[in-house]
Design a protein around this ligand. Structure first.
Ligand SMILES: [Mg+2]
Length: 429
């Protein structure tokens, strides 16, 4: 037996606003940041995870993770790791902290960091990458990780078991397919709103040459700019290459329908986050108003109940989970099961700090053990900040190659943590 001796937190911020990497219609000056958590034990191993924020949000996010220390420090870790479903339920049902949500926002994301850190240590102790650890669990073990409360009118435990049992045959074969050809990726690198047209064209060309299956453009600040940029991207990529657009919650419902239809001649592969992520009926109205252009959302969907309603309302045709927006691996398994039940492809949100490293495990688990399919599915990819991770993503021919290192992929290099720990202001030399 070993005990947890600390839940350490660090406020890490990268000065990405200086290069306008990550700039979009709602976030003109993001400093990509991580509220970083480490669960340490008395046998000297540790689990690493983080919540992604874009700067000052870290002040609050770090404090929220600190508030969970009482659930961990001093306890034997093995019972927590052996029953991750129970551990998850204990954290989301802390009634005094639950009051702040319930199950949404800063506190819920903090729980995600702790849950993900525990999964990191569990996978490291098992000597497996997280995706393989999850994909080798029995259907009964997997459903034991999920909290089905509030899902019963859309997904029951029996529904989930049936989905998982259906995917048991072929698991080994799909693992081999992953090792052979990876999991498809698409890139947002060309599309940041702050980039010049020349930079957009160059990066779009590079993305196609690298083998990515799609690119994505940020839109929503100025329609004339969007038309010009989309036309240039179409000229570079040709008439048939998938190009998605992302408004980052910029529009009213009617405005979204009008704006997207004004871009319809360029045939967007999907329109992402057209309006408030909480507006389920608004998304459904937009979906009807822009069809056959597909609506995608999820990077700001705060919990499994939002995803449930988006699916029930036929509001999305592409579901975009995020590794650190909800309460960690457990809740994302619920999200993957919901998507499988409704037959909607999951194309995760990534980029930011370490989101590619983290979310690839969930997609690969989904392919092997849940949906059993890569059809119409791809993981977002943005080519920056990977060098700060101990096991950075491996992209080959535009696809994510499956990680083989044990753990969840969320551990940052000690040197990077030291260098980018927030010191109150960015210091440039
Ligand atoms: Mg987005």
């Amino acid at each position: 037996m070993s005990r947890i001796v600390a839940l350490d937190t660090t406020d890490i911020r990268f000065p990405t606003s200086l290069s306008l990497d990550g700039s979009d219609a709602m976030n003109p000056d993001p400093d990509y940041s991580a509220a970083y958590a480490v669960v340490r034990t008395d046998v000297d191993d540790a689990g690493h995870a983080f919540v992604f924020t874009i700067g000052r949000g870290n002040d609050v996010q770090v404090a929220a993770i600190d508030a969970l220390a009482g659930h961990l420090v001093g306890r034997e870790i093995e019972p927590l790791l052996d029953d991750m479903g129970g551990t998850f339920r204990e954290l989301i049902r802390d009634s005094q902290l639950r009051w702040l949500g319930p199950e949404k926002g800063v506190m819920h994301m903090a729980i995600g960091a702790v849950i993900n850190a525990l999964w990191d240590i569990k996978a490291k102790r098992a000597g497996l990458p997280l995706w393989q650890l999850l994909a080798r669990m029995t259907p009964e073990e997997i459903v034991g990780l999920v909290d089905f409360r509030y899902l019963g009118n859309a997904l029951t435990r029996d529904d989930a078991l049936a989905i998982l049992r259906d995917a048991v045959p072929g698991r080994a074969e799909r693992e081999q397919q992953l090792f052979a050809t990876g999991y498809p990726g698409y890139t947002t690198s060309p599309g940041w709103l702050g980039y010049s047209d020349e930079k957009l064209e160059r990066l779009a060309r590079e993305a196609m040459a690298a083998g990515f299956t799609q690119i994505k453009l940020k839109v929503g600040a100025d329609l004339h700019d969007d038309i010009r940029r989309f036309r240039k991207a179409r000229e570079v990529c040709g008439p048939d290459f998938p190009i998605a657009i992302d408004a980052n919650q910029r529009w009213e419902v009617a405005e979204a329908i009008e704006w997207v239809n004004a871009l319809a001649e360029f045939r967007p592969a999907w329109v992402e986050e057209p309006t408030s992520p909480d507006d389920i009926l608004g998304h459904a109205e937009i979906a009807r108003g822009v069809a056959p252009i597909r609506v995608a959302t999820g990077e700001h969907a705060q919990n499994r109940m939002i995803f449930k309603q988006l699916l029930q309302a036929n509001a999305i045709e592409v579901m975009q989970i995020d590794a650190v927006r909800v309460a960690g691996v457990n809740e994302n398994i619920a999200n993957l099961l919901l998507a499988a039940k409704f037959g909607v492809p999951v194309c995760p949100h990534a980029g930011g700090v370490g989101l590619c490293e983290a979310v690839q495990h969930l997609s690969m688990f989904d392919f092997v053990a849940v949906s059993g399919s890569r059809e119409g599915r791809m993981i977002e990819y943005v080519d920056h900040l990977h060098e700060h991770f101990v096991t950075p993503t491996a992209i080959r021919g535009g696809s994510y190659m499956p990680p083989s290192a044990s753990g969840s992929g969320m551990e940052m290099k000690a040197d990077s943590i030291a260098e980018y720990t927030w010191k109150g202001q960015h210091v440039f030399v």
